[in-house]
Write a protein that binds this ligand. Structure first.
Ligand SMILES: [Zn+2]
Ligand SMILES: [Zn+2]
Length: 110
């Protein structure tokens, strides 16, 4: 039975840290939880909250033994980011429509 490299707990399906290559239990799978040497790299990855691009091996937590990485730590960031964008895009579209309307009206008048 493999053991968590951080706390020594026995785990049947250990998580492999992509950054230091060690095995961890569910409690210590994330880099901040096991004082990972690759913590800075990990921070860079999940930080840009707009995208959902965690590409490397985050598909299933239990299948490959890879952690779902920070995905599950910040599930609520998207709405906060997305809503303003939608509003801005809607405002731009309305603005463009108004400009087009104005041009059409001016063309008719003059
Ligand atoms: Zn552990
Ligand atoms: Zn690590």
């Amino acid at each position: 039975m493999p053991r968590c490299d951080f706390c020594g707990k026995k785990v049947s399906l250990p998580f492999h840290c992509q950054y230091c290559g060690k095995k961890f239990c569910g409690d210590h799978r994330l880099p901040p939880d096991h004082a990972c040497p690759g913590l800075t790299a990990w921070k860079k990855n999940p930080a840009p909250g707009v995208g959902i691009r965690y590409g490397s091996g985050g598909t299933s937590a239990y299948g490959g033994g890879y952690p779902t990485s920070p995905q599950d730590k910040q599930p609520r960031k998207c709405p906060a980011h997305c809503v303003p964008y939608l509003k801005i895009i809607a405002a731009i579209i309305v603005f463009i429509l108004i400009v087009i309307l104005l041009f059409v009206l001016m063309g008719r008048l003059g």
